[in-house]
Design a protein around this ligand. Structure first.
Ligand code: HEC
Ligand code: HEC
Length: 256
């Protein structure tokens, strides 16, 4: 219930998006998601519509890739992935660089296909291929100091930055449906997003929550937090804080 009350405080057309993602309100027909169709698009794209196979950039298991700056999509949150695809389609999120392809791709996916893909990436293995920080460091990328990142993630900075885990869950494991999993996300992607929020070039966060956080982060804070989060331990099943990022998906009728 804690998460639902947080949810009520943020507004991003929440009711409409949740209904569309699969929270059924009284009288609504159940929402469906076709995992096999999601897999098909993820692995083959939609050649006739100019959509490249998602796995070319996001990886076969949707674990993301530091060289390309692509994010992990597997198990980061079913509703969150749909929200991002919807935001790309509506040009509410317009990445620079390689990610600029996402707007055109998302426009060429129907709402049903976005649900199908999002449901599919949630079925992939949870085990993580973590960023290789040593290799990044050798290549000249500053990877921060993990123990300082841990403090930021768990406690924040007094009177300045809220603890990341107050919204994203313990070690960034995610708090579905609003807060994506950021633990075990790719390092390069994490630093890119935090910088994008700091300079306002990404502004699709509900109620400006991430822009408010990022504006108080230094480059070192960003590297430290990303260094720690990218290597986060697996979360512990049975822990009362455990969130499986599938609260909404449980209401979705899956076609397998
Ligand atoms: C040419 C490479 C490429 C392909 C192909 C591609 N993506 Fe992406 N995608 C990216 C990049 C790069 C980003 C990061 C954008 C940014 O930095 O904001 C991204 C971001 C995303 C995000 C945002 C995730 C988050 O954590 O917020 C989603 C969702 C996504 N892609 C889904 C897809 C799907 C679904 C497909 C296939 C239909 C696909 N992508 C194909 C490069 C690609
Ligand atoms: C007040 C709540 C709140 C706090 C505290 C918070 N976040 Fe977020 N964060 C969000 C929300 C909401 C989103 C989803 C934005 C959207 O819907 O596009 C998000 C998204 C993100 C993303 C994007 C993930 C992706 O896949 O694209 C990153 C990275 C992130 N947060 C990092 C952090 C870090 C690091 C901290 C701590 C320094 C932090 N957040 C603290 C609310 C919060």
């Amino acid at each position: 219930m804690l998460r639902l009350s947080k949810l009520a405080m943020v507004c991003w057309g929440t009711a409409a998006l949740l209904a569309f993602s699969g929270v059924s309100f009284a009288g609504d027909a159940p929402v469906t998601a076709n995992i096999l169709n999601g897999k098909k698009i993820f692995e083959n794209g939609k050649p006739d519509a100019g959509v490249t196979a998602c796995n070319t950039c996001h990886g076969d298991k949707a674990m993301g890739n530091d060289d390309m700056g692509t994010p992990r999509l597997a198990n980061i949150g079913y509703v969150y992935v749909i929200k991002q695809l919807t935001n790309f389609a509506d040009d509410k999120r317009t990445p620079a660089g390689l990610g600029a392809v996402m707007n055109g791709f998302a426009k060429s996916l129907t709402e049903q296909e976005r649900r199908d893909i999002s449901a599919y990436v949630n079925t992939l293995p949870k085990s993580s291929e973590r960023s290789d920080l040593a290799a990044l460091k050798t290549a000249g990328t500053p990877v921060g100091e993990s123990y300082k990142g841990k403090i930021l993630v768990r406690y924040g900075v007094e009177n300045k930055v809220s603890a990341c885990q107050s919204c994203h869950g313990f070690d960034g494991r995610g708090a579905d449906p609003v807060y994506p999993k950021i633990g075990q996300q790719k390092f390069v992607y994490l630093t890119n997003q935090l910088k994008n929020w700091r300079d306002g070039s990404r502004a699709n966060d509900p109620a400006g929550q991430m822009r408010a956080i990022a504006k108080n982060l230094t480059d070192d804070d960003i590297n430290n937090a990303a260094g720690y989060l990218s290597q986060a331990e697996d979360s512990t099943p049975g822990d009362s804080l455990e969130v499986d990022n599938e609260t909404v998906m449980k209401n979705v009728k899956l076609i397998k």
